[in-house]
Design a binder for this molecule. Structure first.
Ligand code: ADP
Length: 483
């Protein structure tokens, strides 16, 4: 199949969070199954253009309302074997910015990108069987395919699959910009609550032939009032089109046996070498080199989603009672200052780095004893999978993909610690459970080894997407439309 894969970010060109990891790795797994898949992302100035040296492939116009148009260019580079198209034009920032501060900036940016990516296919004579779009940034492409695209000879047979990576990010209040780019209203929009009819996510939810989200548990949660953020009705109405497909990780990119960032590389048979990584991490983080002390870590976007409000009180207690803590994260200034406060109160026990630093993240995964993930909600989460692959034990809230990828220690084959309550007491209780097992070092090492032995590769999920692409095609080419 010919697949166009649309995303706002894709590693290694540009990555802010898990979406970037997925858009970097899933297309490679699909290419390995023999599909002709091409990725399109906005050609931000933040990308290392000299490093990736893309070639310009075409220059064309993106139509707007009336006779207006904006000029666009498409550039091609490679990520492994997978072609990546970079779309440039007036709304795409040429400075270091990726996401802006609001819809005024991001609305036009991502509508332009969505439509330019489709038009680029026509220019390059790449006629996709399936357009796989991701999150609200690419909703307009899905919607265009379900409306105007139906009577466009080039796209009439192109099916769409829309993946929800993070439901509460909706790109709402975009009506003015959608109209500017000629995206009109269709009856399908009545499937959405009134407030969401001009949201870019909503356009994807009603326009797609098939919907997926990134774990089976999250697929259930988003159909409930609690987890649906207002879209539970829409998603329940489309439940027959909605599937949960667990994310994988690129096990070559995340491989403790070959990771150059680590002081000592290791695998399950040489797990004792982690001790050297722990010592190196303690040294780099400015913590006491205490091999016997539990070194807890967090690597995370600093966002209310990630549960720092319940973590902070528990972490204070953790540090008071002798634990060590390493945090790497950037984002919300209020969370940043709360974390910085920990380092000030517990110098030499808590180390907080407020920045985006992939090599340091690797050192943390390869050296910390446990990784705390107290998310309020978590569509899939990659952090816990990466942690397990590197022998760091996840201590996580039982929600979304965390529930699907971690087996609690209380069960046979346990790989981590899960807790239910969204409160500091539940975090504290989970940390105490971790300490108890840690005291029996052989038991702890066994848990680490089991985590490292899990298969988090894309193989199974890539095959599932392949199946769903076929299903989307059947809907597009045979069956009724929603729009
Ligand atoms: P989300 O997509 O919600 O941010 P995920 O767990 O799915 O969460 O993915 C997070 C990814 O981003 C992981 O690869 C993690 O290592 C990485 N990451 C998060 N914060 C940082 C940071 N400050 N520096 C480096 N990598 C980070």
């Amino acid at each position: 199949m010919k697949v166009l894969f649309l995303a706002a970010e894709a590693a290694p060109l540009v990555k802010v969070g898990g979406l970037g990891d997925v858009a970097g790795s899933l297309p490679r797994a699909l290419a390995a199954l023999g599909h002709d898949i091409r990725v399109a992302i906005p050609g931000y100035g933040a990308i290392d253009w000299p490093g990736f040296h893309p070639d310009r492939k075409a220059r064309f116009d993106v139509p707007q309302r009336g006779d207006a148009r904006q000029s666009a260019q498409v550039w091609e580079t490679l990520s492994g074997e997978v072609p990546v198209y970079l779309l440039t034009g007036p709304p795409i920032p040429t400075d270091r910015r990726i996401y802006g501060s609001g819809i005024e900036e991001d609305g036009p940016k991502f509508i332009f990108f969505s439509l330019a990516a489709l038009e680029a296919c026509r220019q390059l004579d790449f006629q996709p069987d399936v357009v796989h779009a991701n999150d609200w940034h690419t909703g307009p492409a899905v919607y265009w395919l379900s409306t105007a695209g139906r009577s466009d000879p080039f796209f009439e047979n192109a099916a769409s699959l829309f993946t929800i990576h993070n439901l509460p990010y909706t790109g709402r209040d975009a009506g003015r910009f959608l109209a500017e780019y000629g995206l009109g209203v269709s009856p399908a929009l009545t499937l959405l609550p009134a407030w969401a009819r001009d949201s870019m996510l909503g356009l994807g939810l009603v326009g797609a032939d098939v919907l997926t989200t990134v774990s089976p548990t999250y697929a259930r949660e988003i159909r409930t009032p609690q987890g649906g953020y207002g879209f539970d009705g829409t998603l329940s109405a489309r439940a027959d089109r909605l599937h949960g497909v667990l994310n994988g990780i690129d096990t070559d990119v995340w491989n403790p046996a070959a990771d150059e960032a680590l002081r000592e590389r290791f695998d399950t048979a040489t797990i004792e070498r982690r001790a050297a990584n722990k010592a190196a991490l303690q040294e780099e983080a400015g913590l006491g080199r205490e091999q016997a002390t539990f070194l807890l870590a967090m690597v995370s976007r600093l966002d209310s989603q990630k549960g720092f409000d319940i973590a902070l009180p528990a972490l204070r207690l953790w540090l008071q009672t002798g634990g060590q803590l390493v945090v790497l994260g950037s984002g919300d200034p209020a969370i940043e200052s709360g974390l910085a406060g920990l380092e000030l109160t517990f110098p030499g026990r808590a180390s907080v780095r407020l920045r985006f630093d992939p090599p340091y993240a690797r050192k943390i995964y390869g050296g910390a004893d446990g990784i705390l993930i107290p998310s309020r909600y978590e569509p899939c989460g990659l952090t816990q999978m990466i942690a397990m692959r590197y022998g760091a034990v996840p201590i996580a809230r039982r929600t979304g993909g965390l529930a699907d990828t971690i087996t609690d220690l209380g069960k046979p084959g346990g790989t981590g610690i899960l807790f239910d309550g969204y409160d500091p007491g539940s975090v504290g209780h989970a940390l105490s459970r971790a300490l108890k097992v840690y005291a029996e070092r052989e038991q702890w090492n066994e848990v680490e080894r089991r985590g490292m032995g899990q298969d988090f590769s894309w193989d199974r999920s890539a095959a599932k997407y392949e199946e769903l692409y076929r299903e989307a095609l059947r809907f597009r080419r045979g069956a009724s439309s929603t729009a």
